[in-house]
Design a protein. Sequence first.
Length: 285
Amino acid sequence: MHIVGIHGIWQGNTNAVKLSADWAGALTKGLRTHHGPACPIPPLTVAYYGNLFRSPSKRLGAQDNPPLVDDTDPFTDQEEAFVLDTLALYAAPDLDPEQLETETLGLGIPYIPRPVAQAVVAVDHKIGRDMGRRLLGFVRQVYRYLHHDIGERIRAEVRTELHRPGPRLVIAHSLGSVIAFDMLTREDTGPGPDGLTTLVTCGSPLAWPTIRHSLGQDGALELPDGIDWLNLHAAGDLVAQSGLSAVAPAVRDELVRNGITDPHTAVRYLEKQPLADLIVHTSTA
């Protein structure tokens, strides 16, 4: 069995080799912690697309290979609506964002529309300082995958690993879970000719109505027949919220503890026992 990883956002300053090594190290730690030092470690490769989101460098020659998406791009009306609808999930329902002042954010960036800045402040009011800004960056990259030409480029980068011959298990983190679900349910992509046994999603935002609507998945989320689906969501992970069972009846939700510093981090999910147990069971089945 070969494990294919699909990473999440903010990976523009790394590469496939380093990500694969980082993920393999965390997975090895989890397997040997929960199943002993002699536990076999399956090979793992992370399909890499983070360079497509990388912000332009000021170094000489950076213009030779610019990213397809720049975080300083202005909002379109459609992106603004997507962002506002998503951030509203994280604001207090009785709070009117239009009554909030945005000057304390210190954004200083004219391309952020005032309604978006107010929504960011509303998130801060409920969750904590700077959380709205962090969520905004995440939501914008998710939107770009779903509604920008970059989506096809990302799927092209991932397709080679997703369609790797032989038995495969896919682990998809954060935005990677959206990419994995999208590709596995597309008629022009699907799970590949053979061998895909299991999808593991970690820190997934697939419960967001804005994402499901963009994918044309307003009903229950379902994978193709024969693919087992495990979803890990951590306490305190704002992206994953309370898991996926409410929108995906066939998923097996597992709540894990990733600490309080950054519970959304991929490597912490990779060390957890439910994933280690699944890999051992799948490898020996």
